[in-house]
Design a binder for this molecule. Structure first.
Ligand code: KG4
Ligand code: ZN
Length: 339
């Protein structure tokens, strides 16, 4: 089985062709980063026009790379939410048109489920597993019981973790997306100079909050001479990352204590999962609780087409396809999916 996956929910146009033997026959990502950097964030209208211009070329290129034609595909999958609705509409409509013309099954993929299932493309991880999903828009701890069957355990009360990285970077004068830049600066410091507050850790439960941390960073920056020196930037980045890691560890400790009977494998997914310091601390927690820790390779953590193709293929294998009437959704929480 070969499925084409299309991802257009944010600022990346991504296309991939994946097989049921877990081969990635084509994989292309075009990022509009430079276009959006001048605005300090993604501008939805600019982003959807960008997807529209480049997507048809990317699909033809992917087919050429895989040495296939549209007729050779067994299904077409596209992100149908959650995300910036203009972009989602471009990808979803394009995929539906191909499916309709070539009489192929269409799979409306939930972007978050794409992240959640990526690990099964690269590793043999059976259901159920515990998932920490950390992206630009989401920070959630979920029990992945089966395809389309998610139990939400914890979520953020305010900013998502990736958003906190991006906002901290912006306060430091670093361009969007801030996550990789904060990680690189943090690498140059080894002292928790600022000892930022660790929101929520004195409260029981599994939820997160990161907006207080961001405010603490802002106050610290206001006290420093401008422009910030490289050393100050490194120290702020390091202290921010340390505080974020302490919060994640604390929340996960509560989850592991309460839910350890429900899973054997702990998985991380989403763009922030590309952060090495975070990956390492997650591995430590898993080891502490005698659970297996699995993280997809870095290039499959951030948004990509393979995760969408794979999620679509997982449904197709079970004979589950979507109607061409499926309406793309700006909001589409994982725990509202149906098995
Ligand atoms: O999953 P993703 O590619 O897009 C969304 O669905 O949101 O995640 C993007 C987020 C951004 O906030 C970005 O700053 C963050 O992931 N990110 C990182 C790293 N690489 C990407 N955060 C921390 N460290 C990184 N190395
Ligand atoms: Zn994503």
């Amino acid at each position: 089985m070969r499925v084409l996956g299309i991802e257009t929910s944010c600022d990346e146009t991504a296309v991939a062709i994946v097989t049921d033997k877990k081969e990635i026959l084509a994989h292309a990502i075009y990022t509009q980063l430079e276009t959006h950097q001048q605005y300090g964030g993604v501008v939805p209208e600019v982003s959807s026009r960008g997807h529209l211009e480049i997507l048809p070329h990317m699909v033809s290129q992917a087919l050429t790379e895989a040495n296939l034609s549209l007729a050779d595909l067994d299904g077409i999958a596209a992100t149908c939410g959650p995300g910036l609705i203009g972009g989602v509409l471009v990808g979803a409509t394009f995929a539906k048109a191909i499916a309709l013309y070539h009489q192929k099954p269409f799979m409306a993929v939930n972007h978050l489920e794409g992240h959640a299932l990526t690990v099964q493309l690269t590793h043999d991880v059976p259901f159920p597993y515990l998932l920490l999903l950390v992206s630009g828009g989401h920070t959630q701890i979920l029990l992945v019981k089966d395809l389309g069957d998610y139990a939400l355990i914890g979520t953020t009360k305010d900013d998502a973790l990736g958003e906190a990285f991006d906002k901290t970077a912006r306060l430091m004068g670093l361009p969007y997306p801030g996550g990789p830049k904060i990680e690189a600066y943090a690498h140059k410091s080894q002292t928790d100079h600022y000892a930022f507050p660790r929101p929520m850790i004195h409260k029981p439960g599994y939820d997160f909050s990161f907006s207080g941390l961001k405010t603490a960073v802002r106050f610290a920056i206001e006290k420093e001479p401008t422009p910030l020196s490289k050393k100050t930037k490194a120290n702020i980045a390091y202290s921010f990352q340390e505080a974020a890691i302490a919060v994640i560890k604390n929340r996960l400790k509560n989850v592991f204590q309460r839910y350890h009977n429900h899973f054997n494998t702990f998985v991380v997914a989403g763009g922030v999962a590309a952060n090495q310091a975070i990956r390492q601390s997650l591995e430590e927690i898993a080891t502490q609780y005698q659970k297996q820790f699995v993280a997809p390779p870095l290039h499959l953590c951030t948004d990509n087409g393979a995760m969408i193709a794979w999620a679509g293929l997982s449904y197709l294998k079970r004979g589950k396809t979507s109607s061409l009437d499926f309406k793309p959704r700006p909001r589409w929480p994982l725990d509202t999916l149906e098995p």
